[in-house]
Design a protein around this ligand. Sequence first.
Ligand code: FAD
Length: 445
Amino acid sequence: MGGSAAPDPKPDGGPIPAPRSGYGASRNTEHETRLTPYALRITHYALRMDFSLSAEHDMARHMVREFAEREVAPTIKEYDRAQQVNLNALCRMAELGILGICIPTHYGGAGMDYVCLGLACEELERVDTSLRVIMSVHVGLNSLGLLQWGREEQRQRWLVPQARGERYAAYALTEPGAGSDVAATAATARRQGDAYVLNGEKMWISLATVAHNYLVFAKTDPHADPPHAGLSAFIVEREMAGVTTGDIHGKLGVRAGSTGWINLAGVEVPAANRLGEEGEGFKIAMSCLDNGRYTVAAGATGLIRACLEASVKYAHERRTFGQEIGRHQLVQQMIARQARDYEMARLLYLQAGWLKNAGRRNTRETSLAKWFATEASFAAASDAVQIHGAYGYSDEYDVERYLRNAKGACIYEGSTQIHELLQAGYALGYRGDGALRCELPAYGE
Ligand SMILES: Cc1cc2nc3c(=O)[nH]c(=O)nc-3n(C[C@H](O)[C@H](O)[C@H](O)COP(=O)(O)OP(=O)(O)OC[C@H]3O[C@@H](n4cnc5c(N)ncnc54)[C@H](O)[C@@H]3O)c2cc1C
């Protein structure tokens, strides 16, 4: 899976020169095409472009698909209507190893690669967004953050039980007055001997009332210039004195998911719970988002597929003007767009997963994948409702839930507008990505 920002190095290091003619083959006579040493190098390079999934990828995909179809799909409508989390599904995801899918085995995970994480998210969200949100916060935003930035003792203490699914984890960045503008964070962490005292309120936190621990961002230096340099990250446990939580009701979508608030009132957090150095919070928060956004992109791709499958099925069943509606060109146009967007979203997230496997920076590619897939999933869901006509407007069919769920992903983990700004910044050369003190380990590292 190729196509990253920087060209792949050729096997011996330097850039591959542009072929002089054709695809590196030189023509000796009118009828004979012979591979030259130059062409062999090109062929070697070209072989690295492999769009096929491995047996391990297929196995992971099938296992997650079967779980979602068998154990979640039959009851998802009831949980969504009741606005309740399916805690049994969460336990089963833990038992099946899905909650630690891409965490190395020596940290309690299943030891699969980042592409498997993406495939799992695609399969989960094809059935319901709330399951993928669990993966986004527990694996993408929290566990991978611990893997990237945690000291060995922190990984042993928190990452191992999370990867085994014995403890659930969340990510608490957003506040009532600070969403896109992370630097406006008002929560504070004041050093007091061997601990920090945290005060503040976190809002719109997935798994707020379910998770055992949170990655919380607070200002250790409220006067820092620039303001984001004053942020630090802490592992806060729900049972710590001074932590209270609650659920947000009346959400448009992800109703079978937990979204809530966390109040921190004088919470004493040991200094050993600080992730990274003081002042590194912003970099940690953004690098966690590189992983969370990847899961959102893969999940939104699954949602597009769900919309496509539902639309195709209905287009064959429903008849108007003497033929099935799939025969009408304007219905075909909507289905064609869903098919196109599914393929494009899938390629974009697989490219990001491939970069992660290789241990290469992927902030730009992951943002692009997230932006495209979430906007496309909203459009696909809107068209799926349209294709279902009045029936699509009721919860008799799944497509109305797809539409409600799709909107959230255009807001969280960087709203559409924030990703547009990022992509414009990269294209115009206004932004680039410097090296981090701790990088996400490549697959197998
Ligand atoms: C279901 C759900 C789950 C969530 N889960 C989590 C979680 O687990 N953890 C967590 O920390 N947060 C979570 N969030 C919060 C989410 O990350 C924020 O909602 C998001 O960052 C946007 O912040 P905001 O809502 O404060 O919007 P604002 O930042 O106030 O933005 C409002 C509008 O202004 C636009 N805007 C803002 N700045 C600019 C700009 N510079 N240029 C152009 N337009 C701009 C935005 O795109 C948006 O349209 C969740 C939200 C939802 C809905």
